[in-house]
Ligand binder design. Structure first.
Ligand SMILES: [Zn+2]
Length: 136
């Protein structure tokens, strides 16, 4: 189901909790909502659709990848960049890392450990910040 994007900063500044198998619908809603916003959005965290759980989705071309309870376990090569967010107006400067290693569960709650670089790594870092209540 396509959900409305939350823009309430006080809500978005709250931390998210670990997701469980009962949150499977949240994953589906995130995929549907990102699909509906793909022309101007590359990733979503669950709190952006009003659910304070550690679930994110991001797009790679036309494919949407969900991650449940992702943790960034390694960061390399910091750089300065500028980002925008569907929950905010305009763009802001931020520091990201060119290469990250992430531990996460897939949609079936199977564990993965994977290295991401460049733009995909940037999206994941942005969405993981949302879990901590950080909006860029
Ligand atoms: Zn955002």
């Amino acid at each position: 189901m396509i959900r409305t994007i939350v823009k309430d900063v006080l809500f978005l500044e709250q931390k998210s909790e670990l997701a469980t198998k009962e949150d499977i619908e949240v994953i589906n809603d995130l995929i549907d909502t990102l699909n509906a916003n793909l022309d101007h959005c590359v990733g979503l965290a669950a709190n952006m659709i009003g659910v304070k759980k550690r679930i994110l989705v991001f797009s790679v071309g036309n494919i949407i990848v969900p991650m449940v309870n992702p943790v960034i376990i390694k960061k390399e090569n910091p750089y300065e960049t500028e980002e925008s967010c569907l929950s905010l107006m305009g763009s802001r400067k931020t520091k990201r890392y060119e290469k990250i290693e992430v531990e996460y569960l897939d949609k079936n709650f199977k564990k993965h450990k994977q290295i991401f670089t460049g733009f995909t790594a940037q999206i994941i870092q942005h969405e993981v910040d949302h879990f901590e209540g950080i909006i860029i």
